[in-house]
Design a protein around this ligand. Structure first.
Ligand code: ACO
Length: 345
């Protein structure tokens, strides 16, 4: 079945109509990790800002979390799944090598005939997807879309490597997107990639270049490998730069920003980016103490919590920024179009 989208010429605004999130119920604290690797709550908290994370249990997969988050976003937006034209799932830990996890989600939420595809941009996947879906809505090629960031990196981390296993958690966050009045929604983006840095963060084996063998499995080559300090230095620079570039494209400055919603990898990276924009801490959202780095899910989970906590009001300017393996990065400036309480979108 093919979805027939009636194109509307001209450009309108593309905005967020609803938000949703899902995290596993299993909480793993820093104290729990002290039992697994040679680490301490003190080291993890002072170096990263993380206290605990959620880890998927047996039988709980990326598509399950993504489906839950998408259903919430649809209900929050008061949008019927049948009206969704596009499902974008940002993930690097999909249920299968292929097909796309987005197709599993599309089926389970009942978005019959909607186009569905995954985005592989690691922790920047959600901000990439937001820009792409937003641009398609602005041209009229797509009327309503779901963008979900979902990852269960707990299944890709090396649980014997203390330098990485303490950093990540599992989860999903979703937004429903649609047309909003001009001047609202997505106002400017600055995205990019530097593939020369792919070796700083990758899973070496399991693809077609290095198919899995018992030897590679024994060497944990199917697990996440990271040069933490390289990623750290790069992230500090690129977060600030991309936010300033996106604001510039939106005709704004950091003074216009009501809430900064960054990728939740390390609180020291977040602080450095906020300092670059001279944003006081009241205008910076963090929740990595409770979830760790949930990869593609981190920005939409943070957005969802910020909205539910009442920290986002109509007309507010938000900056959503992420960076990830690739290396990839991207920042989106959004003017919030929803008014809380009166049901208007
Ligand atoms: N517990 C105790 N000690 C540890 C641990 C741990 N969990 N991990 C590392 N150490 C030790 C190291 O072995 C090292 O010891 P040594 O000095 O005796 O060699 C010491 O702590 C310092 O290690 P560094 O790596 O220099 O520590 P650093 O301050 O750089 O912090 C960290 C490491 C937290 C990983 C930091 O580099 C970082 O956050 N980098 C960015 C990571 C990131 O954002 N990744 C996500 C990318 S998004 C994506 O696409 C998935």
């Amino acid at each position: 079945m093919t979805k027939h989208v009636h194109h509307r010429s001209g450009v309108c605004g593309a905005g967020i109509l609803g938000v949703g999130m899902a995290v596993p119920s299993q909480v793993v604290t820093n104290a729990d990790l002290e039992q697994i690797v040679d680490t301490s709550d003190e080291w993890i908290f002072t170096r990263t800002g993380i206290r605990e994370r959620r880890i998927a249990g047996p039988g709980e997969y990326t598509s399950d979390l993504a489906t839950d988050a998408c259903r919430q976003a649809l209900s929050d937006a008061e949008v019927d799944a049948k009206d969704i034209d596009l499902v974008l799932c940002a993930t690097t830990s999909g249920d299968h090598l292929w097909p796309a996890t987005a197709c599993l989600v599309q089926d389970r939420i009942g978005a019959q005939g909607a186009q569905a595809v995954d985005i592989s941009a690691a922790c920047a996947g959600f901000v990439y997807g937001l820009q792409m879906a937003g641009a398609l809505i602005q041209t009229g090629a797509v009327r309503k879309a779901l963008v979900v960031g979902a990852d269960t990196l707990s299944r890709h981390v090396d649980w014997t490597d203390r330098s990485t296993c303490v950093l990540f958690g599992d989860g999903a966050g979703a937004v429903a997107l649609g047309q909003v009045p001009a001047g609202y929604g997505l106002l400017g983006s600055a995205m990019g990639a530097d593939g020369s840095r792919f070796g700083d963060l990758l899973i070496p084996a399991g693809g077609t270049r290095m198919p899995l063998t018992p030897e590679l499995l024994a060497e944990h080559k199917d697990k996440l490998l990271m040069h933490g300090q390289e990623v750290f230095k790069f992230a500090v620079r690129i977060m600030g730069e991309s936010c300033l570039a996106a604001l510039d494209r939106a005709g704004m400055t950091p003074d216009d920003v009501n809430l900064f919603i960054p990728h939740q990898a390390n609180v020291r990276i977040i602080r450095a980016a906020a300092e670059r924009m001279r944003l006081p801490k009241e205008r910076v959202f963090t929740n990595l103490d409770r979830y760790g780095n949930t990869s593609a899910a981190s920005v939409p989970i943070a957005l969802c919590e910020a909205v539910r906590m009442g920290r986002v009001r109509q007309n507010d300017v938000l900056v959503l920024v992420g960076f990830g393996a690739g290396m990839t990065w991207g920042a989106n400036v959004v003017r919030w179009s929803r008014a809380e309480g009166d049901g208007s979108r």
